[in-house]
Design a protein around this ligand. Structure first.
Ligand code: PLP
Length: 357
C-alpha cells in the first residue's frame, strides 16, 4: 500500500503523560490516525496517516441513521527490549472482516489492515507505554458514509484507526468485580448481530448496564434472549467458570462475541493443567454451584482487562459470593501467563506475538 503521510511537525506534537499507569481508558488519543476510503468504483483507496482530528460527515450519513458501523479493540505493548508487540492481530483482522460481512459492509484485505496498524504504530512509537499494565489501545473502525436516507447499505465507507494510551482497565487492580444478571434485558438474539462487533450491540446494552451500576454492580452478565436461562457473556468480556476443577465457558452460537482472549484461554488451558469445555450453562446451575462450592472460580476474559476475577453475582435480589470474594488461582494463572506473553516476558511458542517492524 502506498500510504500518504501528513505528519504533525515534531514540535507541535502532544506531550506524553508522566505516569501511563494512571491513564483512564479511552480518554486520550495520539497525534495521528490512519484513514482509508471505499467507493464502489475504486474499492478501498487513499490510505493515509494524518493528524488525529474530527471527521467531516454529512448529517445524513448512513452511520448516523442505520448504524453500519463495526470496530475492533486490540492493544500494542512495549517489551523490555523496546519492541512494539501486538497480540494475535491477525485474529482481530479476521473478526473485523466477519463483522463487516454481517453488517453488509465491504471487507478489507487482512494484509492491508495489519499494514495500516503497523505503519501507524511506527509513527506513534513514543506513545506505546513502557510500563507493564499500561498499553496503547488500538481502535480500528469502519463506518458507512453515504449521504442518503433510506434503509439500504451505504455505497461509501471510511476505515479509520485511532490509538489511545491506557492504564489498567480496572482502577481496583486485579481484584474481583461484581456482576448483575439481567433477566429482563437481552444483548443479542438468535439470528441477530451478537457475534459482530457493531456499535448497536453496545448501545442496546447501556440501559441494563446503568441499572447494574445503580444497584452497585460493575457489569451485566447477559443471559440468552429466548428463555433468559443460559449464561452468555459480560458487557465487554467472555465468561469462564471453574466447575469441579474443569474450566467451562458458554459455547459460541451466534449471539456471543468470538473473543480472542477467550480463544487464547481455551488454547492455553491444557498446558496450564486444566481441562476446558465449551457448553450451554444454565444460570440456576451456576448459582447453585457457587453456593455449594462446586463452582470455585468465575472470571471474565477480554482485551481491555485481560482476565477479570468475579467475586459476586447478583440475581433476582440475591448475591452469590464466589470464592469468598477473593481472586482464585486459575484467574491469576491465566492473567500472569497471558500478560507475560503479551509483554514478551514469556516465550511465545504459538506465534501469538506479532513484532511491529
Ligand atoms: N464480548 C464482548 C461483547 C466484547 O465487547 C469483548 C471485547 O472485545 C469481548 C467479549 C472480549 O473479546 P476479546 O477477547 O477479543 O477482546
Amino acid at each position: 500500500m502506498e500510504i500518504v503521510r501528513e505528519l504533525v511537525p515534531p514540535d507541535r506534537r502532544k506531550p506524553l503523560f508522566a505516569d501511563p499507569l494512571q491513564l483512564p481508558f479511552g480518554r486520550n488519543f495520539t497525534d495521528h490516525m490512519f484513514t482509508m476510503e471505499f467507493t464502489p468504483a475504486a474499492g478501498w483507496q487513499r490510505p493515509r496517516i494524518k493528524p488525529y482530528g474530527p471527521l467531516a460527515l454529512e448529517p445524513s450519513a448512513n452511520v448516523f441513521h442505520y448504524s453500519q458501523e463495526v470496530f475492533e479493540g486490540q492493544k500494542a505493548y512495549k517489551s523490555a527490549k523496546g519492541e512494539i508487540l501486538m497480540f494475535r492481530p491477525q485474529e482481530n483482522a479476521r473478526r473485523l472482516n466477519r463483522s463487516l460481512s454481517r453488517m453488509c459492509m465491504p471487507e478489507i484485505p487482512e494484509e492491508a489492515i495489519l499494514e495500516a496498524e503497523c505503519e501507524l504504530l511506527k509513527v506513534e512509537e513514543r506513545w506505546v507505554p513502557d510500563k507493564k499494565g499500561a498499553s496503547l489501545y488500538i481502535r480500528p473502525t469502519v463506518i458507512g458514509t453515504e449521504a442518503a436516507l433510506g434503509i439500504k447499505p451505504s455505497s461509501d465507507y471510511l476505515f479509520y484507526i485511532i490509538l489511545s494510551p491506557v492504564g489498567p482497565y480496572f482502577k481496583e487492580g486485579f481484584n474481583p468485580v461484581s456482576l448483575w444478571v439481567s433477566d429482563q434485558y437481552s444483548r443479542a438474539g438468535s439470528g441477530g448481530t451478537g457475534e459482530a462487533k457493531t456499535g448497536g450491540n453496545y448501545a442496546g446494552s447501556l440501559l441494563a448496564t446503568r441499572e447494574a451500576t445503580r444497584q452497585g454492580y460493575s457489569q451485566v452478565l447477559w443471559l440468552d434472549a429466548g428463555e433468559h436461562r443460559y449464561v452468555e457473556e459480560v458487557g465487554a468480556m467472555n465468561i469462564f467458570f471453574v466447575i469441579d476443577g474443569a474450566l467451562v465457558t458458554p459455547a459460541l452460537g451466534g449471539t456471543i462475541l468470538h473473543g480472542i482472549t477467550r480463544k487464547s484461554v481455551l488454547e492455553l488451558a491444557p498446558e496450564l493443567g486444566i481441562r476446558a469445555e465449551e457448553r450451554r450453562l444454565a444460570v440456576d446451575d451456576i448459582l447453585a454451584g457457587i453456593d455449594s462450592g462446586k463452582v470455585s472460580e468465575v472470571f471474565g476474559a477480554g482485551t481491555a482487562a485481560v482476565i477479570s476475577p468475579v467475586g459476586k453475582i447478583g440475581y433476582r435480589g440475591r448475591d452469590h459470593v464466589v470464592n469468598g470474594n477473593q481472586t482464585g488461582p486459575w484467574a491469576r494463572k491465566f492473567y500472569d501467563t497471558l500478560t507475560g506473553i503479551q509483554y514478551g516476558e514469556i516465550a511465545d511458542r504459538r506465534g501469538w506475538v506479532f513484532i511491529v517492524r
